[in-house]
Design a protein around this ligand. Sequence first.
Ligand SMILES: [Zn+2]
Length: 412
Amino acid sequence: MFRTYKYRLYPTRVQEKTLDFLLMQGRLIYNDALEQRLKVYRETGESVSYPQQWAHFRDLRHAHPDTLGRLNATSVQQILRRLDKAFKAFFRRLKAGEKPGFPRFKGCNRFNSLEYRYGDGCKLRFSGGRARFYVQNVGEIKVKYHRPLPEGAQIKHVILKRRNRRWYICLMLELPEPAVIKEHPGPAVGIDVGLHHLLALSNGETVDNPRWLRRSLAKLRVAQRRMARRLKGSRGWREAAYQVARLHERIAHQRRDFWHKFTRKLVDTYSLVVLEDLNLAFMTANSHLALSAHDAGLAEFRQLLAYKAESAGTRVVFVNPAFTSQLCSFCGAVVVKDLSVRVHECSFCGYTADRDVNAARNILSSVAVKSAWTGPPGVLGHGVAVPVQRASPGKLPALAGRVVTCAPFGVK
Ligand SMILES: [Zn+2]
């Protein structure tokens, strides 16, 4: 099991200057390596591989101990690998018929992190109850150690990063696998995720969309206008740009905080959570929905739910959302209604409920759920729906083998 723990660093002024210097060196290496690839290709038509670049920059590093040489060797390797990845992704997407952007030269605000292998040029140290983070050529930096590392955790990689003038370390941890997966005693719940009600639960609860971004739009507008009035690149402009970035960061924090608390509550309460398998790419491509969908941070919701569920022993099932809003969750009749109709009112059995709550109840009663509930995790019974691996298993690695997709009740 892998987890990332993030801590804030409080470097002194001198340390901060050195950190900035190291980032700048990293950026230069990235840009030089990109230049090298372009140049060789122009002249010979050949492409340069990662090992060739590493050999080149390793020598360069030895030749310039006061500049490049101050960067840790593995950090340099990681930078070259990053570029290699960018190229590979570019060609892969090109082959797939997409329109990828070509790897770009990085400006001074576009290169904000360095990677380390833990123990090689960096180390977390404790003395007198205080934590400090040692970085090669920078020294020991004060850390706000706001929570201890989980027991048995091994630090694998470290990402040292700068964001809006603040410094952080992200510790990538490997945790021991729990010997037995505990059985969760809680009930099951279906959730309809939408834009009117952000969430509707099958038990009747609804959560309205807090619209974090929309609420802050007025403030953002003022800050963005101030930035636009100033001369680009000037001191005043930089200050205004910083204010804009900070506002965006705050909105992201509010959103993240909400989803952390909500997903925590979900996995503590329920042993089975059933969600629609929405196509997020489709939603964000639709310009009417895009702002709200981004604002809601639905992708973040899934991500947080997935990893919390894994530790809590909660099962998460995604079902095909087709017809969930049109069926009556009480009698199964089809009650056609367009998006503007907010209340489900069944003309057959008289069942009346909020539109989204009705959909959540349908989601919960789909075939996939019944079998996930009684049968072995991830395998569907009833012989109706076939278990399908999620299209992008990379997104939810923690739940591999436990996440299933199938058609809702009554649809083959
Ligand atoms: Zn009905």
